[in-house]
Design a protein around this ligand. Structure first.
Ligand SMILES: NC(=O)c1ccc[n+]([C@@H]2O[C@H](COP(=O)([O-])OP(=O)(O)OC[C@H]3O[C@@H](n4cnc5c(N)ncnc54)[C@H](O)[C@@H]3O)[C@@H](O)[C@H]2O)c1
Length: 268
């Protein structure tokens, strides 16, 4: 452990530990990131719409000796997002790190999807980032800070699933990241994106299993599709987030960092 995030306050949206049935050790990206930030000294405000999932995260952080405030909020509700950010500032007197992790896959192309499903994907995956930034940035202007947006390798590559609403909304996250990175660079706010590749999280069991048949087939296929022979873990994503949140990344701004074992470099 280090004190890389000592005295910082981090808010993590989508910090819950999903209750979806998944193998032991298979944890959500937001959970792993919240736990990692706390382990490195941050006071963590964990936000999720799922109260039970959130309780699991708070418990893990507190049991390890960390500091966590849990806030139930839905990122599609602007007033709830604003209230969560106010709660962070009220609780700890400052805000330094904003981690936007909420995302859902919406399977199907234009023929299968309704316009409402298309809009829902954008609302959850990218407008949620806009909402968090809208209310968080005013608190970052004095001291600077780090914003990390969890995008996806699917924002720049075909990853084997027919989910253009997901890919297009995550591509919008990348461009929102770049725009804000440049807009606020001279105010000491860094904005970066993480592009996870094939990561072994509960989401894939819940939302993608049907695409592969049973869960074990899915797992084997996803492991085999990775250049490393295995999917990444939520801890791989969390460690990238820790780096981007820390002062070691002080001159890194506006990047879209793949965490994918090299999958982005593969043709075919
Ligand atoms: N798992 C992968 O292979 C993979 C790959 C690329 C990108 N990602 C991205 O990583 C992020 C996290 O994915 P994960 O696999 O850990 O998912 P997950 O479903 O395990 O965790 C997501 C968390 O977000 C919460 N959430 C969902 N909708 C919400 C809302 N409207 N308001 C508040 N909270 C909400 C859920 O309750 C859950 O706790 C997503 O943005 C996803 O697109 C995942």
């Amino acid at each position: 452990m280090t004190n890389r995030l000592d005295a910082r306050t981090a808010i993590v949206f989508g910090a819950g530990m999903s209750a979806v049935e998944a193998p032991p050790g298979c944890v959500s990206n937001g959970f792993a990131t919240a736990v990692t930030f706390a382990a490195h000294g941050a006071r963590v405000v964990a936000v999720d719409r799922d109260e039970t999932a959130l309780a699991g995260t708070r418990e893990a952080i507190v049991e390890a000796g960390g500091d966590c405030t849990a806030v139930v909020a839905d990122v599609t509700d602007e007033s709830q997002v604003a209230a969560a950010i106010e709660r962070a500032v009220d609780a700890y007197g400052r805000l330094d790190i904003v981690h936007n992790n909420v995302g859902v896959t919406v399977l199907g192309g234009p023929v299968e999807l309704s316009a409402q499903d298309w809009t829902r994907a954008f609302d959850i995956n990218v407008t949620s980032v806009f909402r968090a930034c809208k209310y968080a940035i005013p608190h970052l202007l004095d001291r600077g800070g780090a914003i990390i947006n969890v995008s996806s390798l699917a924002s720049i590559r075909w990853t084997g699933y027919p989910y253009p609403a997901y890919s297009a909304s995550k591509a919008a996250v990348n461009q929102l990241t770049q725009s804000l990175a440049l807009q606020y660079a001279d105010r000491g706010i860094r904005v970066n994106a993480i592009l996870p590749g094939l990561i072994h999280t509960p989401l894939v069991y819940q939302q993608l299993a049907g695409e592969h048949g049973d869960a074990e087939t899915m797992r084997a296929e996803r492991d085999a599709s990775s250049p490393t022979g295995r999917m990444g873990s939520a801890w791989d994503v969390a460690n990238a987030a820790l780096f981007l949140a820390s002062d070691e990344a002080a001159y890194i701004n506006g990047v879209a960092l793949p965490v994918d074992g090299g999958l982005h470099a593969k043709a075919g």
